[in-house]
Design a protein around this ligand. Sequence first.
Ligand code: NAP
Length: 320
Amino acid sequence: MVVSIEKSVMLLATYVVATLGAGVGRCELSPGVEVSCLAWGTLHITESANAEAALDIIQTAVDQGITTFDLSDVYAGGRAVERFGEALKIAGPSFRKGIEIVAKMNIVGGGYNSSPEHLSTVLEWYLDELGTDYVDFLLLHREDYLMDYEDVAQTFRRFQSEGKVRHFGASNFQRSTYELMDSKFPLVTNQIEVSVRNWSAIQDGTLAFHQQQNTSVMAWGALGGDGWGGLNPLFKTSGEFANSQGFSKIRSALRSVGAEMNCEEDVVALSWLYSHPSGIVPIIGTMNKERLMRQATAVSHPMSREQWYRIASDIGVPIP
Ligand SMILES: NC(=O)c1ccc[n+]([C@@H]2O[C@H](COP(=O)([O-])OP(=O)(O)OC[C@H]3O[C@@H](n4cnc5c(N)ncnc54)[C@H](OP(=O)(O)O)[C@@H]3O)[C@@H](O)[C@H]2O)c1
């Protein structure tokens, strides 16, 4: 399946819509399966003082056109889903209908569990905590070396026929495991790490593979963070990575292009992802409303091909 041209045209259309003030716009993860072109992740949602404060940042995201929310049962030991659910309950049922919920699962203490029993238990827990009848996306959070792909596919079919899950995907799957799962049950996305700091998916053919599959990836660590422990080593100005030479090189490359594009470094980092023709959907995780609103403008800050490659060479990525 080939999507690159349609995806590029669609992405360009998104830029126009966003420029006209309709927020981040809509993107397809696979044909007919839409999300907002920027998603917001709940890894840090428990930093909010209470459910009202959580709803405030969720509403700020929605006001920017961000309707896709990424959850995992392991974030804050399950408390992230609880807090998101409390916020949804205050917002009411019509609010839930206007958003897409991405529910990741299969990580358990010290390993992974993708058995039908475990997936069913976790899905029911999600539905209960969120006060909803369905989630839009169920993703297997990480590769489970012991998983029975046929059992998982049967479980997915059951969840879909019960109306409890609309679409299915993977996260952090390499090409071979993604292909195997996709051959048993069609997946719509792979949520993986991609950023100006981590080029692996661009250089090792992962993004090309997903273009061929007609699926777009959702990118975590999109701002160069490592996704762990609340750190974003690239943008946090304190902590053990603050003075790392590699990171200051990346920051300065982003700053220099940002000066030309008239935007901040984090916006440049997201715009850099949007420039890729595979239609990457970045996930951001800030709990700061000002940063959220600023980062949501990235779709309306396209960069040139020359700027994209200049960032690469400035940070030392070999361009033969
Ligand atoms: N599938 C997976 O395996 C996986 C792994 C990791 C994450 N995720 C998902 O991806 C989402 C995003 O995670 P992420 O780590 O990539 O988020 P992120 O956007 O890098 O945010 C992480 C931290 O960076 C800080 N930050 C962001 N922009 C900043 C800026 N301009 N200046 C200073 N600090 C800044 C934020 O602090 P403030 O709140 O103070 O702004 C936040 O605590 C998560 O919420 C989660 O849903 C998925």
